[in-house]
Design a protein around this ligand. Structure first.
Ligand code: URA
Length: 434
């Protein structure tokens, strides 16, 4: 006789600190995907996992069950110039102002890579690539499998909503976003890796964030997360490596949806903030290495406009219209400097929460996000400041949100007499076996 599970038993096992058997994990993921386990029950199980953790074997099983909840794409038959595509992708564990995918994908396209990117929406205080790109009029990530294949061959990339890939993650991700269960190593690792294993890439680079704006705050936890994800990718046949990168202060000068697209286009035009350029190029080099592409300089694609051409072609193929300047009607508020001095550290978490309060993220599932909600940082840590000068500009379509957003920034920045200690943006590189 086949043994079947029920949700209260599975929840109780994890609540009491037990290890879930493989069959219980397979059952609960399948039953939740098909609506036989209720949201309340999965929420309780997620909280139990959040509090009790999972063993490496449980994480591997949970990830495999999420991959098996949907289809696994395969592009190994595709050819360009008679050769197999150099399939490679990157995924970030989530940050504030982390728009890197937007300039990075076109750089890798221009260098000869093919990027099948299943992208996500905002989670908690962090933004999502899909929410950002959808602020371009007409852009859609709901594209068919045949369009993904066509774009990979003709252009070298497709950025798409995960759709039928890892549908268990889609449901669980949305639930975590509203049940305070995002900051969990097993849940982050399985969420990221289930999508990436299912999307059909051959090589993967993980940008694992460290610092106040990351889901896991300490370097020790982030290293553990990176190692876990690298081993999951490797065991599913993907060439996988990770960079550990700083997320104690927001990346670049723009945080929000449309403002991050605009900043990304500045990078593609050969300008943009130095930290965004540095991280884009470091991840591009790592991706090209993983895909076996050598003899090309990713920085050249920003200088000669070839990455910008690829971006425009990619956006156009997915219905986006970049022929008009990207502007939106929003209300703005400015925060000014109280004194002369030097800008101190800016807390990434507080900025992420402020932008979420301005309307860039969700507090109930499926909520519409505001394209125009965002924050511009006029003075980065270490830059000189004069009294009365604008430090931050906040924008929203709903001005009643300003008060709560400004309150989030209280105590999150300072103007002092000296520059804060410099931190390296790229902390370490992690490969299988590290
Ligand atoms: N990105 C994901 O896809 N999932 C997470 O849990 C965090 C970041």
């Amino acid at each position: 006789m086949q043994f079947t599970f029920d949700a209260p038993t599975v929840i109780r096992m994890k609540r009491d600190g037990g290890t879930l058997p493989d069959a219980a994990i397979d059952w609960v993921i399948d039953a939740y995907t098909h609506g036989r386990v209720a949201d309340e029950q999965m929420s309780a199980l997620l909280m139990a996992i959040f509090l009790r953790g999972m063993t490496p074997a449980e994480i591997a099983q949970w990830t495999a069950a999420m991959v098996n909840s949907g289809e696994r794409l395969d592009f190994t038959d595709l050819r360009r110039g008679g050769k197999p595509l150099a399939l490679v992708d990157k995924h970030s564990t989530g940050g504030v102002g982390d728009k890197i995918t937007i300039p990075l994908v076109p750089v890798v396209m221009a260098c000869g890579g093919a990027v099948p990117q299943a992208a996500g929406r905002g989670l908690g205080h962090t933004g999502g690539t899909l929410d950002k790109l959808e602020s371009i009029p007409g852009f859609t990530a709901e594209i068919s499998k045949s369009q993904i294949r066509q774009q990979l061959c003709d252009l070298g990339a497709a950025i798409f909503a995960a759709g039928e890939l890892a549908p268990a993650d889609r449901k669980i991700y949305a639930l975590r976003d509203i049940t305070a269960t995002t900051e969990s190593l097993p849940l982050i690792a399985s969420s990221v890796m289930s999508k990436k294993i299912a999307e059909g890439t051959r090589a993967l680079v993980l940008d694992t964030k460290v610092g106040s704006g990351a889901f896991l705050k300490t370097e020790k936890e982030s290293r553990e997360l990176a190692r876990t994800m690298v081993e999951l990718g490797t065991s599913h046949g993907l060439t996988t490596s990770a960079l550990l990168t700083d997320m104690s202060t927001p990346l670049g000068r723009a945080v929000g949806n449309l403002v991050e697209v605009t900043e990304s286009m500045d990078v593609l035009a050969g300008g943009g903030p130095s930290d965004v350029v540095e991280l884009t190029l470091a991840l591009a080099a790592e991706m090209l290495d993983a895909a076996g592409i050598d003899g090309v300089d990713p920085a050249q694609t920003l200088r000669d406009g070839s990455a910008m051409d690829r971006f425009r072609a990619l956006v156009a193929a997915q219905g986006g219209n970049l022929s008009q300047p990207l502007r939106l009607r929003t209300s703005v508020e400015t925060i000014t400097a109280p004194r002369n001095g030097t800008m101190g550290d800016i807390d990434a978490m507080a900025v992420g929460l402020a932008v979420w309060r301005l309307g860039a993220g969700r507090s109930v599932p499926g909520e519409r996000v505001q394209s125009g909600a965002g924050l511009l940082i006029h003075r980065r840590p270490g830059e000189p400041v004069s009294a009365g000068q604008a430090l931050f500009t906040l924008s929203t379509e709903t001005p009643e949100r300003f008060e709560a957003a400004i309150a989030e920034l209280d105590g999150a920045w300072s103007v002092g007499d000296a520059a804060p200690p410099a931190r390296p943006l790229i902390i370490d590189r992690i490969t299988s076996g590290d």
